[in-house]
Design a protein around this ligand. Structure first.
Ligand SMILES: Nc1nc2c(ncn2[C@@H]2O[C@H](COP(=O)(O)OP(=O)(O)OP(=O)(O)O)[C@@H](O)[C@H]2O)c(=O)[nH]1
Ligand SMILES: [Mg+2]
Length: 306
C-alpha cells in the first residue's frame, strides 16, 4: 500500500442527535454508501467506520447511533457505543439539523463539545430545507458558554449531506485538524472495515424500514445466519427477529408482499456491494424480548468489538 510521509490522518467521531443526518453525511464524505439511512429515528445501531482517502491523506469517520433516552438493553448498548466512539477519536464532528430547533440532545452535545479534549466542528446539516434555526443554535452556544464561564472557538459550518453543499469546505476543515502521519491508518482502497454480515443485515433492515416505519421498527432486528459462497454467487440466509407474534403479519405484508419487496430491493444492492450475484432467503422469527437479550444483541453486532 502506498505510504506517504506528507499525509495527514484523523479519526473523526460523527456525533449528534438521532435523525440529524449523520449517516447521510458520512456516506457523502466518503463518497460511497457505508451506513444505512432512514427517516426512522435510531437507524444506526452500530459504530460504523467510513474511510476517505485522497492526496491530502485519510479521514476515518466513526458514524455513531444518535444518543437517546433509553430503557432497553439495545438502547443502552447503542448509547454506550456512541459515548465510547466519541471518547476515542482525534476530532468530533457534531452534526445538527439546521431545519429543526435545538432539542435536549443537541444541548447535551454542545456541552460535551465545550469541554471536549479534541478539536470540534459544528456542521449544520439539511441546509437545503427552510427555515434555518441556526440563530437558535448560536444563542444556545453563547448561553452555555456564559453559564459555564468557559469559552471556546468552534467553527460553524453549513451545508447539506443530501445535496452535497458545503462538503468540500467541511472536508478541508477536517484535513486542517488532521495531524501529519507517516502511514495511513487503513490501506488506501478501504472504504469500511464494517463486517460484511452486519453490512448485509443493515441493508435488509433499511429496505424493511422503507415499508414498516410507521409501525414497529424498534422491535425489529435482522440477523444474517449464513452466506453460502459459490464462485460469484452468494446465497444469503437471514432472519428477521420480531418481539411479538402479532408483528409477523406486518413484516410479511399482505401475501408476503413486504418481504418480497425487501428481497427485490436488497438483492441488487448486496450484489453491487460485493461484486457478486446475491440471492436472499429471509425468515421471520418471534424472539420475545430480543432487544434485551445480550446474546442475540451480540450476534447482531451491537455489543463488543467497539
Ligand atoms: N433534506 C435533507 N434531508 C436529509 C439530509 N441529510 C439527511 N437527511 C434525511 O434525514 C433522515 C435521517 O438521516 P440519517 O442519516 O439516517 O440520520 P442519522 O443522524 O444517521 O440518524 P440515526 O442513525 O438514527 O442517529 C433521512 O431521511 C435522510 O434522508 C439533508 O442534508 N437534507
Ligand atoms: Mg445513522
Amino acid at each position: 500500500m502506498p505510504h506517504k510521509t506528507s499525509s495527514r490522518c484523523a479519526v473523526i467521531g460523527v456525533v449528534g442527535r438521532t435523525n440529524v443526518g449523520k449517516s447521510t453525511l458520512v456516506n457523502r464524505l466518503v463518497g460511497e454508501k457505508i451506513s444505512i439511512v432512514s427517516p426512522v429515528v435510531q437507524t444506526t445501531r452500530n459504530t460504523i467506520r467510513g474511510i476517505y482517502t485522497e492526496a491530502r491523506g485519510q479521514l476515518v469517520f466513526v458514524d455513531t447511533p444518535g444518543l437517546h433516552k433509553s430503557e432497553s438493553t439495545l438502547g443502552t448498548l447503542m448509547n454506550r457505543m456512541a459515548r465510547h466512539a466519541a471518547a476515542n477519536v482525534d476530532a468530533l464532528l457534531v452534526v445538527f439539523d439546521d431545519n429543526h430547533p435545538p432539542e435536549i440532545e443537541d444541548d447535551g452535545w454542545m456541552r460535551r463539545a465545550l469541554f471536549a479534549e479534541q478539536p470540534c466542528i459544528f456542521f449544520f446539516n439539511k441546509g437545503d430545507l427552510t427555515p434555518s434555526h441556526v440563530a437558535a443554535y448560536r444563542e444556545l452556544w453563547n448561553k452555555l458558554q456564559t453559564e459555564k464561564q468557559h469559552t471556546r472557538e468552534v467553527p460553524f459550518l453549513y451545508g447539506s449531506a443530501e445535496s452535497g453543499d458545503g462538503i468540500h469546505e467541511l472536508t478541508a476543515a477536517l484535513f486542517r485538524l488532521a495531524t501529519p502521519s507517516q502511514e495511513l491508518l487503513f490501506p488506501a482502497d478501504t472504504v469500511t472495515d464494517y463486517p460484511r454480515r452486519l453490512a448485509i443485515a443493515d441493508v435488509i433492515r433499511e429496505k424493511l424500514f422503507e415499508k414498516i416505519f410507521q409501525e414497529v421498527p424498534h422491535e425489529v432486528g435482522v440477523r444474517v445466519d449464513g452466506i453460502e459462497e459459490k464462485e460469484k454467487t452468494w446465497r444469503v440466509s437471514a432472519t428477521v427477529l420480531i418481539n411479538r407474534a402479532s408483528q409477523k403479519g406486518i413484516v410479511l405484508g399482505l401475501k408476503g408482499r413486504t418481504l418480497r419487496y425487501v428481497r427485490r430491493r436488497a438483492e441488487p444492492e448486496i450484489s453491487a456491494m460485493f461484486g457478486v450475484e446475491a440471492t436472499l432467503e429471509i425468515w421471520v422469527k418471534v424472539e420475545k424480548n430480543w432487544m434485551k437479550n445480550f446474546w442475540i444483541l451480540r450476534d447482531l453486532g451491537y455489543a463488543g468489538g467497539m
